[in-house]
Design a protein around this ligand. Structure first.
Ligand SMILES: Cc1cc2nc3c(=O)[nH]c(=O)nc-3n(C[C@H](O)[C@H](O)[C@H](O)COP(=O)(O)OP(=O)(O)OC[C@H]3O[C@@H](n4cnc5c(N)ncnc54)[C@H](O)[C@@H]3O)c2cc1C
Length: 477
């Protein structure tokens, strides 16, 4: 079989053709999509995600196990995919590989309001879990803008963070139990639903953040928290990063309700999204250097709004140049969040803009931002990064005003500026997006060599033949 360019289609190789035959027999026709059948499938964040040209979509763990056995027997590599919202090329696939998609593994198997735990299949989206949990007054305690598409399995595999991480931790801290299919097709079952389990090595942690390189995550037990009956959102314009951090300190100490999110938007980012969304607000001075979106939860809206007034007065007393607006309707609250979450605006302005995702210890953020701003200006007069992110936990997103990718020498110079000293400072070159295929060189350049060799040893033990997601996290295997 040839493709439109006359090349031999990859699935005609003998091993692949034989594997496909067996997969079809084991999983049924509905579970396989090949070649032209993929035209209706959204490739997601990376255009090369579907390059393998073959997707298998099991519905049950036992089918995943069977599929892994068949692929292992034929030496066909497997690329696990969930919602394809990953931002570092962890889901990229190549001809000759098979994509194992969790799009049909969407059962919420258990959701217990007494235990405050849900057990879900890997393909359940965050939004679906949020809706099911909300019906019994609970929430997963983790939230991110890709909620409608990102899956719990994908979020586990990238150790996703999001806006509530400063308070509730990242996926690693929310997951109580996990089931995964490993390279020999056996099922690793560690689906505990309790917070406390000191029963030997906590091996499920190996699969969390492994980006599909150690196995296919099939089911997850995840902690839930009470959903506050009321929420309130305020946007503040502030004179400096130090002022924004002080505002977060004051907001954290509120005596009514609790702080749920503290997102920073630097001026250039807010002015770009505000212009694109035709948003303006007389109470917000768009010439200020930094803006803070604070989300609160509590038992009643009037109480929260009264608390917000008190918080604003306290901040205003210390920083009289502060401006601010409290969302007075659901529509206004949504709009304020859209200004932060609609990152597509940025990527429409600068297609494939080079983007970074660093974590900086809170005490170092102001100095770090000052240094990279100066060093980037020295490097290239026209480089002006857009900054935004999860200020309360030190996670900054840095996206360049440059259609991507950078030329190699510029990329190296930019990364030298961004990553220099990060490890010594106690930060990370990858806060929440992972390593994927995009940041392998950064991992190698910045990680402790002993950590790298232990990681390679773990990969060797769990996936000796490099069956799972080759070329992700590790350059080979
Ligand atoms: C608009 C937008 C906003 C975002 N905001 C945030 C944010 O605030 N915080 C954050 O942390 N991330 C954020 N992300 C990144 C992204 O949503 C996360 O990486 C998400 O966790 C990926 O889930 P997914 O189901 O889309 O996984 P995919 O993109 O399909 O896969 C991601 C990785 O996990 C592997 N994988 C997927 N499913 C499985 C499985 N079942 N078993 C084994 N491996 C698997 C894949 O091989 C790949 O390496 C954002 C992305 C977008 C597009």
């Amino acid at each position: 079989m040839d493709d439109s360019l006359g090349r031999e289609a990859p699935w005609t190789s003998a091993a692949l053709a034989s594997a496909i035959g067996q997969l079809r027999e084991a999983l049924g026709d509905a579970a396989l999509r090949i070649g032209g059948d993929l035209s209706a499938v959204n490739p997601g964040w990376h255009p090369a995600n579907l390059d393998a040209g073959i997707i298998i979509s099991p519905q049950l763990t036992s089918q995943v196990a069977k599929a892994v056995q068949i692929c292992a027997t034929h030496g066909i590599a497997i690329v696990p995919q969930g919602g394809r919202t990953g931002l570092v090329g962890g889901g990229i696939s190549h001809p000759g590989e098979i994509i194992l998609a969790t799009g049909r593994m969407t059962q919420i198997e258990r959701l217990d309001p007494i235990e405050r735990v849900a057990v879900v299949q890997a393909g359940v989206t965050l939004e679906a879990l949020q809706a099911a949990a909300a019906a019994v007054g609970l929430e997963p305690g983790i939230d991110l803008a890709a909620r409608g598409t990102a899956t719990i399995g994908g979020m586990a595999s990238t150790n996703a963070g999001g806006v509530m991480a400063f308070r509730n931790g990242v996926m690693r801290h929310r997951i109580l139990g996990l089931e995964a299919v490993i390279a020999d097709g056996s099922i690793y079952n560690d689906l505990t639903r309790v917070v406390k389990s000191a029963a030997g090595y906590d091996l499920k942690q190996l699969f969390i953040g492994a980006e599909g390189t150690l196995g296919v995550v099939t089911r997850i037990a995840i902690k839930l928290d009470p959903l506050p009956p009321a929420t309130a959102t305020v946007m503040l314009g502030l004179p400096s990063i130090a002022a924004a951090q002080d505002a977060i300190r004051i907001a954290l100490a509120t005596d009514v309700g609790h702080l749920r999110a503290a997102e920073a938007l630097w001026r250039s980012y807010l002015t770009l999204t505000a212009a694109a969304l035709h948003w303006s607000e007389p109470a917000i001075d768009l010439t200020q250097p930094i803006f803070l979106l604070l989300g609160f939860g509590g038992s009643s809206e009037p109480d929260l709004h009264a608390a917000l007034d008190r918080i604003f007065s306290q901040i205003f007393e210390i920083f009289p140049e502060t401006t601010g607006v409290v969302a007075r309707s659901v529509a206004q609250e949504r709009m304020l969040w859209r200004l932060r979450e609609d990152t597509n605006i940025l990527y429409r302005a600068y297609p494939a803009a080079p983007s970074y995702d660093v974590s900086v210890p809170l005490a170092q953020i102001e100095a770090y931002v000052a240094r990279i701003t100066a060093d980037l200006a020295d490097l290239h007069a026209e480089l002006a990064p857009f900054l935004f992110g999860h200020l309360a936990d030190g996670n900054l997103h840095i996206v360049f005003n440059h259609a991507g990718p950078f030329a190699e020498t510029l990329r190296e110079a930019v990364e030298d500026v961004l990553y220099r000293d990060l490890r010594a400072l106690g930060g990370s070159f990858s806060a929440e997006h992972g390593v994927g295929s995009k940041r392998i060189h950064s991992l190698r350049a910045t990680a402790d060599p002993v950590k790298l060799s232990v990681m390679a040893a773990v990969k060797d033990v769990l996936d000796p033949d490099g069956l799972f997601n080759p070329g992700k996290i590790f350059a080979i295997k």
